[in-house]
Design a protein around this ligand. Structure first.
Ligand code: GLV
Ligand code: MN
Ligand code: MN
Length: 402
């Protein structure tokens, strides 16, 4: 079997590690993630790596080099709800394939490689993204560990049940000598490479992102008896707000804003909704534009609350500035791709956002069909995966020559 076919088959194997039969849902610190990690540790060992798991639950596979320096390569193994099979796992599988090739040839590079399979990038379980890379960057801890999931389980407890020690998350922080960089292979999740007819592209930058949870509180009541004029329906307010979010973002180039989660309480056909909680995700390559948009959107939420007699509570979950990829790593990736190599910006978030706190970051995007992702229809071509393995191998050679 070719290395690319092996990668594709492994992505299929990981797709079976899910907490929802029939669809891929693999949140942080769950049995589904444990299942994926068991496979991935086996594959890392087969490729000649030693494997450890840190406290947050990242798997770290190490392939020694002839020198003391180290290059980090990785992506994540968690998923969104009803996910595709390549967002995250593809990058980990391609990294392992590149190491397998070195190990089969008995080659040691002048630097070690650490393949990191991050335990949480999507933030599905706790709403806060990048738990895995934040721990490595030393940016996770404190009150946030008390955040609870939908079942009321705290992050600290989830970490403990998964085999880590929440008191020692600080120990996951990178403390060795400065790495040579962090490189991630990922599906593009957008249509640019496909429209250019190219299998691969280097990434120029990762868009900045803000996330909030908003709660509109009105008054629950009888759907048959409370006259329309006397209602304080939280869902009606939320609906007006969702439309306003869409309209605002549609009118500002480069800005995207999404309400992807809505909880309606008490949630019965014959009860006026008394409380609605919703997520708000705002992104832009321009940090100033994103900040202005957030301010405007929160003002709009207050206005909607006033107009509909609703109380509004806003919690900011995260805020990350846009991250430029390293010109040094990107130039090497472009050389590895060869003539005609392009650079593409990433609207999606990636672990590189936090890894940029400790080292230079570079990314290689792989064309995905129709630009579709966060969707079970996510699809990549085996030949493109083969090209990604080749280019990552060439990139390692180029870095070794420096
Ligand atoms: C992760 O995929 C994100 O961009 O939300
Ligand atoms: Mn994703
Ligand atoms: Mn991803």
């Amino acid at each position: 079997m070719t290395p690319a076919a092996t990668v594709m088959e492994r992505c299929d194997v990981l797709a079976a590690c899910t907490e929802e039969p029939g669809r891929i849902t693999r949140p942080f610190a769950t049995e589904a993630l444990r299942c994926a990690q068991q496979h991935v540790s086996d594959w890392m060992r087969q490729a000649g790596m030693t494997v450890e798991r840190d406290n947050i639950g990242n798997l770290r596979g190490r392939y020694g080099g002839t020198g003391a320096s180290i290059l980090l390569i990785g992506s994540h193994l968690d998923s969104v709800r009803d996910a595709g099979r390549y967002d995250g796992p593809l990058g980990v599988m391609v990294a392992i394939a590149a190491v397998q090739r070195l190990s089969d040839a008995g080659t040691r590079l002048p630097f070690a490689l650490e393949v990191v399979a991050f335990a949480d990038e999507e933030g599905l379980r706790f709403g806060s993204t990048y738990l895995g890379s934040r721990a490595v960057a030393g940016k996770l801890g404190g009150d946030e560990l008390n955040r609870t999931d939908e079942a009321g389980i705290s992050m600290a407890q989830a970490i403990r049940e998964f085999g880590g020690d929440p008191e020692r998350i600080a120990g996951d922080r990178w403390t060795g000598e400065a790495p040579l960089g962090y490189v991630e292979v990922h599906i593009e999740q957008g249509p640019v490479l496909e429209s250019l007819g190219l299998p691969l592209g280097a990434v120029s930058a990762i868009a900045g992102q803000s996330r909030f949870v908003l709660t509109f509180t009105g008054e629950a009541g009888h759907a048959g008896t409370v006259p329309m004029a006397q209602r304080r329906d939280a869902l009606v307010g939320a609906a007006v707000f969702v439309q306003a979010v869409n309209d605002l973002a549609a009118g500002r180039p480069g800005l995207v804003a999404t309400v992807g989660q809505l909880n309606v309480r008490p949630g019965a056909a014959n009860v006026i909704p008394g409380e609605v909680t919703l997520s708000l995700d705002v992104r832009s390559p321009d940090d100033g534009e994103r900040q202005i948009a957030c301010k405007n959107l929160l003002e709009m939420a207050s206005e909607v609350g006033r107009d509909h007699g609703l109380k509004l509570n806003v919690e900011q979950i995260s805020e990350r500035a846009a991250v430029a990829c390293s010109t040094r790593i990107t130039a090497l990736l472009r050389r590895a791709i060869g003539e005609g190599a392009v650079e593409v910006a990433s609207g999606a978030g990636h672990d590189g956002v936090y890894m940029s706190e400790i080292t230079d970051v570079g990314m290689l995007f792989v064309r995905c069909k129709g630009g579709v992702s966060h969707n079970p229809a996510e699809s990549v071509a085996t030949e493109d995966v083969g090209a990604a393995i080749e280019v990552l191998g060439r990139f390692l050679e180029l870095l070794a020559e420096q």
